[in-house]
Design a protein around this ligand. Structure first.
Ligand SMILES: [Zn+2]
Length: 163
């Protein structure tokens, strides 16, 4: 029954949700079988191809699969399908889910959604600690989850839920 004081909640009150392994694997198989909406690309920069499964940048020379992903499911005003990358080869799903992924400390925008998938708040990191923004968005009791996206390209990167 005892509740932690709010200060203690602030540091690790979130859980990082990387792309499900089944989704990554399905994308690799679809790319292999030549699906028109799945492209295999060779990364040519160290910070241009974020893998949504292991939550790290694909390195130059590594192959990635580019495919459309419904970050917000169909049937809602904010429904959204957009392009994401995963490593072309099997990679390990990001597992340090109580830690913000180090590769994406910069260049992310954060969108807060309610339980009906309506976007209710948004903020660009702009040099601020991502944890502070996530904490602020999750303090709103209406916020059901927060999506991290590329601040420039807009692409979905990962989801953040309350711990
Ligand atoms: Zn990966």
């Amino acid at each position: 029954m005892k509740k932690s004081p709010p200060k203690a909640l602030a540091s690790a009150a979130f859980r990082i949700v990387p792309l499900r392994s089944e989704v990554a694997e399905r994308a690799r198989l679809a790319a292999e079988s030549g699906a028109k909406d799945h492209a295999v690309i060779t990364a040519d920069s160290a910070t241009g191809y974020p893998c949504r499964h292991c939550l790290s940048w694909a390195q130059p020379g590594e192959r990635v699969v580019l495919f459309p992903y419904a970050s917000i499911p169909a049937g809602h005003p904010y429904s959204e399908i957009g392009p994401i990358f995963v490593h072309g080869e099997k990679c390990e799903r990001y597992s340090a889910t109580d830690e913000y992924p180090a590769d994406f400390r910069n260049g992310r925008a954060f969108r807060g959604y309610d339980a009906n998938y309506n976007m209710i708040d948004a903020e660009v990191a702009n040099g601020k600690d991502p944890e502070a923004i996530i904490d602020k968005l999750l303090r709103n009791p209406q916020t059901a989850f927060v999506d991290a996206r590329s601040a420039t390209h807009g692409c979905y990167t990962f989801r953040i839920q309350r711990a």
